[in-house]
Design a protein around this ligand. Structure first.
Ligand code: HEC
Length: 210
């Protein structure tokens, strides 16, 4: 009878110890959970979409007979996890600017004359403008803008940006020309961002002073 009591006490203490150890929780240890899938919802990854219902089936837990990694949202168009933006949504750049809407015609070019750069010609902006000019414009227009870049003899008609004809144009005009091109010069709007085009325009105005 005495030994029965020891066994009982032993069993009770094992159960109590197990229960108490389940109460401890921390960053990496959520403690003992009963039916964890009741409170841990399956996360929809907004920037990923796995439409293969078998993906991750080898993992032990599966959701409604789908693999662990299946994460498409069947209630959204195209089963995307992210919702489509509202119709006519316009993306803004990190500065909050709307895309340049000046028209690609003579009226747009004329109106661009009045545009003012959002940047001031600080040494930092001019430094960035110089780097951008050297990778996008120098091969045609030359280091000083005089139209003597390495490509200029193969590509006739490159304008001398520092010459009297162009010296006086506004930075808005330069921004517009970079965006859409003009005459023999091609458009650069798709490869140079709006912010960078304004920085280049500042740097060109600086080149024109010399
Ligand atoms: C492939 C050669 C080439 C590249 C690259 C190029 N340009 Fe031009 N650019 C030209 C040519 C050619 C003209 C003359 C266009 C015309 O009048 O037909 C021109 C003209 C211009 C003009 C004068 C526009 C006017 O009002 O007549 C500006 C300003 C200008 N470019 C700025 C730039 C800037 C800034 C870059 C760099 C983002 C650049 N260009 C890149 C070839 C180039």
């Amino acid at each position: 009878m005495q030994s029965m009591r020891f066994i009982k006490i032993g069993l009770v203490s094992v159960v109590v110890a197990t229960l108490l150890s389940g109460c401890k929780s921390g960053g990496d240890n959520q403690g003992l959970e009963y039916a964890p899938n009741m409170y841990h919802s399956v996360a929809y990854e907004p920037l990923s979409q796995i439409t293969d219902e078998d993906a991750g089936r080898w993992v032990n837990s599966s959701d409604k007979d789908r693999g662990e990694y299946y994460n498409s949202n069947n209630y959204n168009p195209f089963r995307m996890n992210m919702r489509l933006p509202a119709p006519n949504t316009v993306s803004r750049n990190p500065n909050g600017w709307l895309p340049y809407r000046g028209a690609n015609d003579t009226t747009g070019l004329r109106l661009s004359n009045n545009l003012v750069s959002p940047y001031t010609a600080t040494p930092a902006i001019l430094d960035q403008g110089k780097v951008l000019y050297e990778s996008n414009c120098k091969h045609c227009h030359g280091a000083k803008g005089t139209g003597d870049g390495k490509v200029a003899d193969k590509y006739p008609g490159v304008a001398n940006l520092a010459g009297d004809a162009i010296k006086g144009v506004s930075e808005g005009h330069i921004f517009h020309v970079i965006t859409y091109g003009k005459g023999l010069m091609g458009a650069h709007g798709s490869q140079v961002s709006e912010a960078d085009r304004w920085k280049i325009a500042k740097y060109v105005k600086e080149l024109q002073k010399n």
